[in-house]
Design a protein around this ligand. Sequence first.
Ligand SMILES: Nc1ncnc2c1ncn2[C@@H]1O[C@H](COP(=O)(O)OP(=O)(O)OP(=O)(O)O)[C@@H](O)[C@H]1O
Ligand SMILES: [Mg+2]
Length: 222
Amino acid sequence: MIVIKDLVKEYKKNDNIIRALNGVTITINLGEYISIMGPSGSGKTTLFNIIGGLDVADSGTVEIAGLKLNKLKMNDLAWFRCFHLGYIFQTFNLIPTLSALENVMLPSKLQGVVNLKAMDEATKLLEAVGLADRLDHLPGELSGGQQQRVAIARAFIGTPKIILADEPTGNLDQVSGKNIIDILHRLNREKNVTVITATHDEAMLEVSDRVMHLDDGEMTIS
Ligand SMILES: Nc1ncnc2c1ncn2[C@@H]1O[C@H](COP(=O)(O)OP(=O)(O)OP(=O)(O)O)[C@@H](O)[C@H]1O
Ligand SMILES: [Mg+2]
């Protein structure tokens, strides 16, 4: 379902070339929960950005549900991202002027879903992440763990095929982090959405179907 072949990505900075990905090849099945472990600088975010169509590789291919990302035109890629991918970042990236409910509804609005339907789905997702009583709160009025739960709800709206979560528990204490992992895992099972996380968090490994290790741009699978 996600077929990644021989990805190479280099960054050129002054006279230096940094090879962030050195021939990464992996296949991920629909509905899998994958954890990618790797030290700082090993290429995790680079890999996520390429899978998510936010950046392009120097060589190699990413194929999602039969679509080759590097063959899509800019416009088609933007629609693909909008309909099929959900992102969760380490720093929650919520819109500060929008309430929890409005933040979660935002992708639906971009998808052209009518307001009432979007509101209904967003409300249900916020209930599912335990924030039924925080719908009207702005991000600044929520704790870090609560903001990350809003980000999770937003990522799952419209039931994308894939959720990319780049160190989603990195900024949280252990209890809030475990809570986030449990929610991600439950939604992964209930909605059969593929979840790919980058993590340093051992608790994330317990719920994973497979753990992959990235080291200096090279992937090994355990
Ligand atoms: N835009 C860029 N220009 C130059 N070098 C970059 C750029 N982005 C990343 N790098 C380098 O590429 C390598 C991989 O970076 P990446 O952000 O993918 O690592 P990471 O595994 O996500 O690390 P962390 O766990 O700290 O988030 C690093 O050595 C980094 O310094
Ligand atoms: Mg990173």
